[in-house]
Design a protein around this ligand. Structure first.
Ligand code: AMP
Ligand code: ZN
Length: 499
């Protein structure tokens, strides 16, 4: 598998630090508002990278932070007259809902900056001890000139940056030794959240947060560090400087960056005001269509958002879903039509045309029941899986991977009929659903929950609440909500209704 590394500006063979394991850190959002679909691009893209790595057999430790202390959060809190914590907690909860709705799996760990302040103070102290940081009146800066490799990620000309930076210095920053030096710790201002530190009562700079959270949850050296391309400089450049100077080791082996989601060929961003929130989009489209749209381009290519492209994505997804439901229909009708005894077990014809039954999870292998003609058909279908893997092995080329899925759809549509054995249809169906699943695309129709299942889940939720296992209780509520079932806690107990 080859991945494009921003550090070397080349595609490199992927070799993890530890065989079979991948340590991956993705910079998460600053939580002061609902996330927009630009923020959703790295979430969807790197969730897909994670799923593909797992498909290849790697155990992935995936860490993605929430930046929950920041000027914008504080400004929003002041605007509403509430605490910064209230704002960040509200939008972390909203962000998690959006992630779930886009089928972005929760990270192994979602650390929050405000809960990691001790680690940040410790790292800053080490940097000071080693001479990489200096304190001016309670503000601590990183001394960029002392790190000879500063600039290696962004490949920028530091002299140009320095001379440009000099004229850009804002008041109060003229105390810096060098225009490229950046803040590790800053003193509090009136009305801001703060923590005690050896230098001042204040709060950490943004860059130190990720260096610390990555070290705590993944270790000093990690395999993949990822985020949007706007983070290359200065955020990731600064993270490298802090981590490598503190730990004396290379920080991340592979640096992956997604290109922007644009609108009218300009970056979608909160500051430009040209954004749609994921929530707004969810009112107009199935969010699986958004996911499909994002993956229809390579993650390093800019992607322009438009109603036309969303419509094309919707049609593409529909084509796959139709093929999936068609295969399901064939599977089901195949059992009914050709099963003389009709006793509920799946019915197959063996290679001699005699009927027999297998139960689900039967040990009977595909080869044992498929005719040689069907084995050829299956081999033809498997070729698209190889094509899919080849595309994904080439720096996660989801656009070509989707093309391979479309070819499989076409192949299935023209080669499979109710004259085929259930095993063959099931195998192709499984392949199609699995390939889409690696991209996080849900293409199967949801099985409707029976009343008895719903009531059993409600009972389990009540028991979880009694045991104060609120995480499980919430999980069940969400699982039911996903199926369109709303729970109402009443005096007479829990009532439910279908949407
Ligand atoms: P922020 O909350 O601005 O720190 O952004 C969170 C993540 O979203 C970062 O990885 C950004 O690079 C990414 N991001 C923000 N806007 C866009 C956009 N228009 N297209 C792609 N990624 C974006
Ligand atoms: Zn970060």
């Amino acid at each position: 598998m080859r991945v494009y590394n921003t550090l070397s500006k080349r595609k490199e063979e992927f070799v993890p630090l530890e065989p079979g394991k991948v340590k991956m850190y993705v910079c998460g959002p600053t939580v002061y508002n609902l996330i927009h679909i630009g923020n959703a691009r790295p979430m969807i893209v790197f969730d897909t990278v994670r799923r593909y790595l797992e498909h290849k057999g790697y155990e992935v430790n995936y860490v993605s932070n929430f930046t929950d202390v920041d000027d914008k959060i504080i400004a929003k809190a002041n605007e509403e007259g509430v605490s910064a914590q209230e704002i960040s907690e509200r939008y972390i909860a909203e962000c998690k809902k959006d992630m779930e709705a886009m089928n972005v799996r929760p990270a192994t760990t979602h650390p929050r900056a405000t809960q990691e302040i001790d680690g940040m103070i410790e790292m800053i102290r080490t940097l000071m001890d080693k001479g990489y940081a200096y304190n001016v009146d309670g503000t601590v800066y990183f001394r960029t000139r002392k790190f000879a490799e500063y600039g290696k990620l962004s490949h920028k000309n530091l002299d140009d940056l320095r001379s440009g930076g000099r004229s850009l210095l804002v008041t109060g920053e003229d105390q810096k030794e060098d225009p490229l030096d950046f803040v590790l710790w800053k003193p509090k201002k009136e009305g801001e959240p703060f923590w005690p530190s050896p230098w001042s009562e204040g709060r950490p700079g943004w860059h130190i947060e990720c260096s610390v959270m990555s070290k705590k949850y993944l270790g000093e050296e990690i395999d993949i560090h990822a985020g949007g391309e706007d983070l290359i400089f200065p955020h990731h450049e600064n993270e490298i400087a802090q981590s490598e100077c503190c730990n004396g080791k290379p920080f991340a082996k592979y640096w992956l960056h997604n290109a922007f989601l644009n609108i009218d060929n300009r970056k979608m961003s909160k500051s430009l005001g040209n954004f749609f929130t994921v929530r707004e989009i969810s009112e107009k489209y199935d969010l699986q269509v958004l996911r499909f749209f994002m993956l229809s381009a390579h993650y390093r290519s800019p992607l322009n958002f438009s109603a036309d492209l969303m419509e094309a994505a919707g049609n593409g997804l529909e084509r796959i879903r139709n093929a999936v439901s068609n295969l399901k229909y064939i599977m089901e009708s195949r059992t009914m039509q050709n099963c003389p005894e009709g006793n509920g077990a799946a019915c197959v014809l063996d290679s001699h045309g005699e009927s027999g039954h297998i139960m689900e999870n039967s040990a009977a292998s595909e080869d044992a029941v498929l005719t040689s003609a069907e084995q050829d058909i299956l081999a033809g279908a498997k070729a698209y899986e190889t094509k899919f893997d080849e595309a994904m092995d080439d720096d996660f080329n989801t656009a070509d991977a989707i093309a391979a899925i479309f070819e499989l759809v076409k192949y299935a549509n023209s080669n499979l009929t109710s004259a085929n054995s259930k095993e063959l249809v099931q195998a192709v169906y499984g392949e199609l659903v699995d390939l889409c699943g690696i991209l996080g695309l849900i293409v199967e129709e949801k099985e409707e929950l029976l009343d008895a299942d719903i009531e059993a889940l409600i009972e389990e939720r009540q028991a979880a609440r009694k045991a104060k296992n609120f995480a499980r209780a919430d999980e069940i509520r969400n699982q039911l909500a996903e199926q369109g079932i709303t729970l109402l806690d009443t005096r007479e107990g829990v009532k439910w209704k279908r949407a």
